[in-house]
Design a protein around this ligand. Structure first.
Ligand SMILES: *Cc1c(COP(=O)(O)O)cnc(C)c1O
Length: 386
């Protein structure tokens, strides 16, 4: 089976991990702050808090922004469940904004309409989490303008968008958001095994997230309730977590980051081949660059033109899998999950999201995909979608 995504680990990555294994520090050593500095440099944010997963980064981001019971977080239904679950960890309510049919990204017009209604009903969100689906940045200028008008905070779920650009800037510089989150899971653009980071330009948010990453503990005398009892002393000021990244992971991440430009150019090269090979069959190729954004191409998701194809979405998906093409489906609308249905969400909540779910198929795309594997994928798609 050709998978839809997989990591690319080379000798340099292995050497970096082995060197850390032989060093004095497996965790809480120098590799994590070093990786954080490299992330700040590459993505042009002032602060980086590296953690055990993007899910942890989303949770800490919500806590740092003060999300609490009684508050609302809005996100896109076409995402991984973690984009919504972070609100539930804080006891807050979730709601979903419908997506644009062509990109699956949060729809600005739908957001605006929903905000107008929410304002009348006194239920404005405290936090909005746009998700850069497949790596294509949402229209962050428009989202930031609405954030200023309606006074909500913005967390970019950029789990897919490591290396993406928006208005010529790297996603992660937080020009239009409070915090940006990346995932370093092995199917994503660069990996640390498990891992994630929260990037921000706000010093207070960064220090809140670092403290919550380590049990809510401080070693800074200035933050303590009284002067330290001695050199051993620390204080737990609030209830935090162990969301640390290890030095082993950070060493792998720093090495992978050096290879990012190669990964991006390889992904874009493969996407150009797909665009070209698939242009004459009844599928929509994904939008991966437009006037304002250039995608990292975490996902290459086609949409079937069902009115022009003899098969159904389900049958096409099953046929591709049975022919060894490990296609994926990103994503099942989050509110259709039993956990969210039990909270009261019903089908048709976001009609565009359900149409997207009924058409999308993610094709294999990763740096080590070979030309012959890609041709095999294309051959099977062309045979099935006709
Ligand atoms: C992968 C992913 C996450 C979660 O990332 P982890 O690092 O696995 O916790 C969150 N949001 C989106 C959109 C993702 O794709």
């Amino acid at each position: 089976m050709i998978p839809y995504g997989r990591q690319d680990i080379d000798q340099q990555d292995i050497d970096a991990v082995v060197a850390t294994l032989r060093s004095d520090w497996l965790t809480q050593g120098p590799a994590v702050p070093r990786f954080e500095t490299l992330l700040c440099e590459r993505f042009r944010s002032r602060h980086a808090v590296a953690v055990s997963s993007a899910t942890a980064a989303l949770h800490l981001s919500c806590l740092a922004l003060g999300l609490a019971p009684g508050d609302y977080l809005w996100t896109s239904p076409i995402s991984f469940v973690a984009s919504a679950n972070c609100a539930r960890y804080c006891g807050a309510e979730v709601d979903f904004v419908d997506v644009e049919p062509s990109t699956g990204n949060l729809c600005i017009a739908a957001l605006q309409t929903k905000l107008e209604t929410a304002e009348r009903e006194g239920r404005l969100p405290k936090v909005v989490v746009p998700v850069h689906l497949g790596g294509l940045s949402c229209d962050m200028t428009a989202i930031k303008a609405l954030a200023d008008q309606y006074d909500f905070s913005v967390i970019e779920d950029a789990s897919h968008a490591v290396g993406s650009e928006h208005l010529g800037d790297p996603v992660g510089n937080c020009r239009h958001s409070d915090i940006t989150v990346f995932s370093f899971h092995p199917v994503k653009i660069i990996t640390t095994g498990e891992g994630g980071v929260a990037l921000t330009n706000d010093k207070t948010l960064a220090s809140r997230m670092s403290r919550l990453r380590e049990h809510g503990i401080t070693r800074e005398p200035a933050e303590m309730t009284h002067s330290p009892d001695g050199d051993w002393y620390y204080q737990q000021l609030e209830l935090g977590f162990n969301y640390r990244m290890t030095d082993i992971q950070a060493a792998l991440g720093a090495s992978q980051l050096q290879r990012l430009e190669h990964f991006l150019s390889r992904r874009r090269e493969l996407a150009e081949f797909y665009d070209d090979y698939l242009k004459d069959i009844p599928v929509h190729c994904p939008v991966w660059r437009n006037d304002v954004s250039l995608s990292s191409l975490h996902l290459y998701a086609i949409r079937l033109q069902l009115d022009r194809i003899a098969t159904t979405h389900t049958d096409a998906f099953t046929a591709l899998r049975s022919r060894g093409i490990g296609v994926g489906l990103h994503y099942i609308p989050i509110y259709l999950q039993p956990y969210y249905r039990a909270l009261g969400f019903e089908s048709r909540h976001c009609p565009n999201a359900e149409v997207y779910y009924g058409e999308a198929i993610t094709l294999p795309l990763f740096p080590l995909l070979t030309a012959s594997q890609q041709k095999e994928v294309v051959r099977e798609i062309c045979d099935i979608a006709k």
